[in-house]
Design a protein around this ligand. Structure first.
Ligand code: SF4
Length: 343
């Protein structure tokens, strides 16, 4: 079906088997591009990442830490648990000082990367440029975050480029304003597209190859017919794309599943997230993975120190299970998560 107002792409797009891949490349492999820009330190970081991912070597500290500074978002998109969250918003947040102290601790032990992941919109914080510059100054080689892009003003783009951000990942999901309004209620497609163009212009003006720009498309029944048009619209302007699966949370509406959606019958791999990374939530809870499926796997509070949490029996036991135990003996949360997403 052709979405209203769109004509068919004029060429055979590069994403013809898009339902079977998680990432498309627009201008080459993003890791290779980052290695070219950042050099040997980035290659060393990725070497250590691969060793951790293959269970060969547990680093002395997480290689990547995500900080969820606040628990706030300016939108309520139907595919996000924020949309169905009950009760008042949690006012707790991580302070600038807390995050800087965690960066100090991490860079002392070989942390190489950070993000602002979790269940929130990172541009709801005014502290990102300062924190990114602080982290890069301390030796972090890769710094990234996902955003819906609505608050990405021209000045903020300029500040983020200057701060040393290495990857900017914007969730867009549509080319047609009507479709976008269903995917991102309360946002404004024209405004976000303008923000993206402004970001690209500012980066050109700064003569900088970084931050790399990724656009994401979360495939649902609402937008499934627009994927080829989306990729054609942006393929010559962005560095890479991400096609994301819908269906991560129990309370999501099944009506949004794309037509050919099905969960894999069995997991095809083992999760290595607790070998590589941690997520510190806005209320200081520390989790072993960036996937919100792991919300019940709390490892402790950030005030204990991330190094202490990283080497404690709780995460060591989880790693042992993920590496060696049969699927049936994994924690129920991991069974549920892996059966859905590790294929
Ligand atoms: S399998 Fe467990 S540790 Fe891995 S991402 Fe899922 S919930 Fe987190």
């Amino acid at each position: 079906m052709t979405p209203s107002g769109l004509t068919s792409p004029s060429h055979n797009p590069v994403f013809s088997d898009s339902r079977n891949v998680s990432k498309f490349l627009a201008k080459g492999d993003p890791l290779e591009l980052l290695a070219q820009e950042i050099g040997p330190k980035f290659l060393d970081y990725r070497r250590r990442w691969d060793l951790a991912k293959s269970f060969t070597q547990i680093p002395p500290f997480p290689l990547h830490v995500d900080y969820e500074i606040k628990s706030l978002c300016n939108l309520r998109c139907p595919m996000c648990p924020m949309a169905t969250r009950k009760g008042p918003q949690d006012q707790l947040s991580l302070s600038l000082t807390q995050i800087k102290e965690m960066i100090d601790e991490g860079t002392q032990y070989g942390q190489a990367s950070m993000g602002f992941g979790g269940l929130w919109e990172p541009l709801m914080s005014n502290d990102l440029p300062e924190l990114i510059a602080y982290g890069r100054d301390k030796g972090l080689v890769d710094v990234m975050f996902n955003t819906n892009g609505l608050l990405l003003s021209k000045n903020l783009s300029k500040d983020l480029i200057q701060s040393g951000l290495t990857r900017l990942m914007i969730s867009l999901d549509a080319v047609n304003p009507q479709t976008y309004a269903l995917m991102r209620p309360g946002s404004d497609l024209n405004q976000v597209e303008e923000n993206i163009q402004d970001f690209i212009a500012q980066r050109q003006k700064a003569k900088s190859r970084l931050p790399l720009l990724r656009l994401s498309f979360c495939l649902t029944k609402i937008n499934q017919s627009e994927l080829p048009f989306f990729l054609e619209r942006w393929e010559n302007q962005v560095d890479f794309f991400s096609l994301q699966s819908y269906g991560r949370f129990d309370d999501q509406a099944p009506a949004l599943f794309p037509d050919d959606f099905s969960y894999p019958s069995k997991p095809s791999g083992r999760c290595a997230q607790p070998f590589k990374r941690l997520l510190v939530r806005h209320d200081s809870q520390v989790l072993p993975c960036c996937d919100l499926s792991g919300l019940s796997l709390t490892l402790g509070q950030a005030s204990q120190g991330l190094k202490q949490i990283w080497t404690a029996p709780t995460i060591s036991n989880l790693r042992e299970k993920l590496k060696n135990s049969p699927f049936e003996e994994l924690p129920p949360t991991c069974q549920k998560c892996q059966s859905k997403f590790q294929a």
